[in-house]
Design a binder for this molecule. Structure first.
Ligand SMILES: *Cc1c(COP(=O)(O)O)cnc(C)c1O
Length: 818
């Protein structure tokens, strides 16, 4: 047999594609076309498309065998993937063929597309970033693997019952996943617990080995990720936890049918559910087990690849770049050391050189409550060998600090990997910092604050380690696929090269002064707004007017993101319209969407308030449709793909200094929404490029927030100075919007009069003024459209391709082919 034969080509062209889909339906699903449901068409189509991706993947593997370049390994506990059919078809350039193929079968592309479940293996921005980055790595032909967990249940489905969030499990796998390949043969043993034993080597030195008390298998599931124009394919390899011994047959035969399954249940719990907490550490042991599970599987996998390709671990840092997406995989520092020292007998110093050479770490938050740390006793019980290694890393690290700064105990305590604040805990951020050659923030502002706050002392010791890599988004998904109307306008105006080089958008600037172009641009926006209006009516029953200003805040519900500020301004506008009904108001639709962490009661109360306000406003005849408020349930990538292209105004109103970057801000501006926002995260850099005069910026800066907090700010000062704010708080606090429970919002309102930690009261008047500027500009449609075009034109730099090229050049040391 010729083992070098090329893979059998997947036939191309519409007719061949139709036959392929029909074969999948017939022989893989076992269905007749006449009884196929939309879901069957989706699965058959996805399998046919996957064949095309697989063909390219296998060919690429064959071509590079024996001369594989350096690989990037992107470790992330979250991947917010969304649907893949449109992305894969688009990147392969198969959209037209597929339309024709399905039409032949009597199916529309939307029938198949809308039947795909939304893969939500993440909570929000961090997980979506990982998904955009994977797509960009493929588009730039960087050999890469994404590593994560194949959760049975992704992020919960949100239902609003009477305005209260309820969580239901999401069953994205219930009808199988046609994109993935199960790889039962790719399996790694993951240990937990047990003890460390010392043996003497022949030379008398001591060799320590970990003898885990418990084993779990990590089994690989591969989803191919095809880049733009089908150039390159990488794998997203997600691990599923399986018990090595699925059934205790002895117990079963004794009649203990439930107990016989106990081990299996305990092992497999690791990949059961995504932790739905966003921006906060989950203190549970299961979370630490998840983190170690996927990190160890990833490292064992990449070390095995290294050995297969290079025959030795000593060149690992030249052949592998391991990027830690936040601290969730920070245990990689100790795990790689363990593998190199205990399993490959490398001396400590060499293992440390390799580990630091290979690993780099992205920080995503400065929120103190989100900085991960694990109690030492838990680590000692679950990962005893890793705890030893962490102590040894720490000793060496602190020795170096002591040598450079003798007698500075405060410095030692501050940079130690072990914190003493709330019992002894391992600080995962410090571990990741010390074990990495580069540490990056995700926007210029965030990186600066990292240097001044969380990592101030470590930064002083290692001034070259922290670098900035401002986030980016996939323009394929967040422009070309979700907004085909605008995309065809752009290719008409600028030529097709804009699809390959986002910086070509700069050439759009002159079109801002072209009235005919502005008209077409506005027509595309209008069509998108009509589509969103349909969705809103379907989901909430509320009719909205596509001519109104669509004012959109879509993101996780969090106090620092300040949905509450938006609701307060909504109430102020409502009261103003009622007080002066005859003024010529700009009709506004307020659109909220987002999930709250299930245990975050304040965030859930803010959802309830938005819904209470919506109900009151929407049925008040005095408002005459000038203001509508909707809360769209179950925000996810799929919902964003309809909302983003339809937005006029993008709410990016976090308390300055608290949003690390944001990526929703980028999606919305790219699609021509004007930003109302604070100078926070990447919005600062957006303003540098768009021009502040084409945005509605307001509020305290990050340093002003710091100063105010330090000076003992009290929201009552702002309430006393603002009649509008006082009236709004009085109305909400006294139960105008909650007649069924007058006291529902009293405590919420009191917190704004109190320390007002998130500066909602402090920024209220400035925000209302910015909203008035936005409403006024919207009444000058030509001026508004001109600003919108200039927003799109300035956003080219925020492509994930640019971000990934920066990681590749300065952190990973891998070439890119764009
Ligand atoms: C982009 C995106 C986010 C991040 O939004 P931010 O406004 O940056 O917080 C969260 N969730 C989904 C579904 C997204 O698509």
């Amino acid at each position: 047999m010729d083992t070098h034969a090329a893979p059998v080509p997947a036939a191309s062209g519409a007719a061949a594609l139709r036959d392929l889909i029909l074969r999948k339906l017939t022989y893989t699903l076992g269905k007749l076309p006449s009884e196929a449901r939309d879901r069957d068409w989706f699965v058959a189509t996805a399998m046919a498309v996957r064949d095309h991706i697989t063909e390219r993947f296998l060919k690429q593997m064959q071509e590079t065998r024996g001369r594989e370049g350096k690989h990037v390994y992107y470790l992330s506990l979250e991947f917010l993937i969304g649907r893949l059919l449109r992305e894969n078809v688009h990147n392969l350039g198969m959209a037209e063929d597929l339309r024709a193929a399905l039409a032949d079968l009597g199916v529309t592309p939307d029938q198949a597309r809308l039947a795909e479940p939304d893969a939500a293996l993440g909570n929000g921005g961090l997980g979506r970033l990982a998904a955009c980055f994977l797509e960009s790595m493929s588009s730039l032909s960087i050999p890469a693997f994404g590593y994560g967990i194949r959760y049975d249940h992704g992020l919960f489905r949100q239902i609003l019952r009477d305005g209260w969030q309820q969580e239901f499990p999401e069953d994205w796998l219930s009808f199988g996943n046609p994109w993935e390949f199960a790889r039962p043969e790719i399996r790694h043993r993951i240990g937990f617990g047990g003890e460390v034993v010392a043996e003497a080597r022949p030379d008398g030195s001591e060799k320590l080995t970990w003898q885990p008390g418990e084993w779990v298998d990590a089994v690989a599931y591969d989803t191919p990720v095809v880049g733009w124009r089908g150039k390159h394919v990488n794998l997203l390899r997600l691990w599923r936890a399986r018990a090595p011994d699925p059934l205790r047959l002895d117990a079963f035969n004794r009649g203990d049918h439930v107990g016989a399954l106990g081990e299996q249940v305990r092992a497999e719990a690791i990949s059961k559910v995504l932790y739905p907490a966003d921006d906060s550490p989950a203190g549970q042991e299961l979370r630490l087990r998840q983190e170690y599970f996927f990190t160890s599987a990833a490292l064992q996998d990449l070390v095995r690849r290294q050995l297969r390709q290079a025959g030795t671990v000593t060149t690992l840092a030249d052949r592998a770049s391991i990027q830690l997406n936040d601290t969730h995989p920070a245990i990689a520092v100790a795990e790689l050391m363990r593998i190199l020292i205990d399993e490959h007998d490398l001396p400590w110093a060499e293992a440390w050189r390799i580990t630091r050479g290979a690993i780099s770490y992205t920080n995503h938050t400065l929120l103190p409550e989100a900085l991960e740390s694990w109690p030492v006793p838990l680590m000692e019980r679950l990962l005893p060998r890793h705890m030893q290694i962490i102590y040894a890393i720490n000793a060496e690290h602190l020795d170096a600090v002591r040598a450079a700064h003798p007698g500075d105990d405060a410095l030692l305590a501050s940079v130690s990997l072990i914190g003493e604040d709330h019992g002894r805990r391992v600080r995962m951020g410090q571990l990741a910092f010390v074990g990495s050659h580069k540490v990056n923030g995700v926007s210029a502002l965030h990186t600066g604050l990292m240097r001044e706050t969380v990592f101030r002392d470590l930064h002083a010791l290692h001034p070259d380690r922290i670098v900035n890599r401002t986030n980016g988004i996939s323009f394929r998904r967040w422009l070309m696929q979700c907004n085909p109307g605008l995309t065809s306008l752009l290719t008409d105006a600028l030529g097709p090269t804009v699809l390959d080089d986002s910086m070509r958008l700069e050439a759009l600037r002159p079109f801002a002064d072209d009235a005919a172009f502005r008209g077409r641009y506005a027509a595309a926006k209008r069509a998108n707004k009509e589509a969103l209006a349909v969705l809103v009516q379907e989901q909430t029953g509320v009719r909205i007017d596509p001519a109104a200003l669509f004012d959109v805040q879509i993101k996780r519900i969090h106090e620092y993101k300040r949905q509450l500020l938006n609701v307060l301004q909504t109430v102020a506008l409502y009261e103003a319209i009622r007080a002066q009904p005859m003024r010529d108001w700009t009709p506004v639709v307020k659109i909220f969407s987002g999930k709250a962490a299930p245990g975050y009661h304040r965030a859930k109360l803010i959802i309830k308030l938005a819904c209470d306000v919506a109900r009151t406003v929407n049925r008040d005849p005095a408002v005459r449709g000038l203001l509508k408020v909707v809360f769209l349930p179950n925000y996810n990538v799929t919902a964003a793909e309809t909302i983003v292209p339809a937005a006029d105004l993008s709410e990016q109103i976090s308390t300055a200094g608290m949003e690390a970057s944001g990526t929703g801000n980028m999606k919305l501006a790219l699609n021509g929404a004007l930003t109302i926002g604070t100078l926070d995260g990447a919005t600062v850099e957006m303003a540098d490029r768009i021009g502040a005069e084409h945005m509605f910026l307001f509020g305290l800066s990050a340093s002003e927030v710091e100063e105010k907090r330090a000076a003992g700010w009290h929201g009552a000062q702002a309430v006393d100075a603002s009649d509008t704010l006082a009236e709004v708080l009085e109305a909400i606090g006294s139960g105008v919007f909650s007649p069924d429970d007058h006291g529902r919002y009293r405590e919420l309102v009191d917190s704004l009069r109190g320390n007002d930690w998130f500066m909602v009261a402090a920024d209220f008047d400035a925000y209302v003024a910015a909203q008035q500027r936005a409403a006024a500009l919207y009444r000058e449609p030509e001026a508004w459209r001109r600003a919108a075009v200039l927003n799109t034109a300035a956003m080219g730099w925020f492509s994930a391709d640019r971000a990934i090229a920066e990681y590749a050049a300065g952190i990973w040391g891998v070439p890119t082919a764009s």
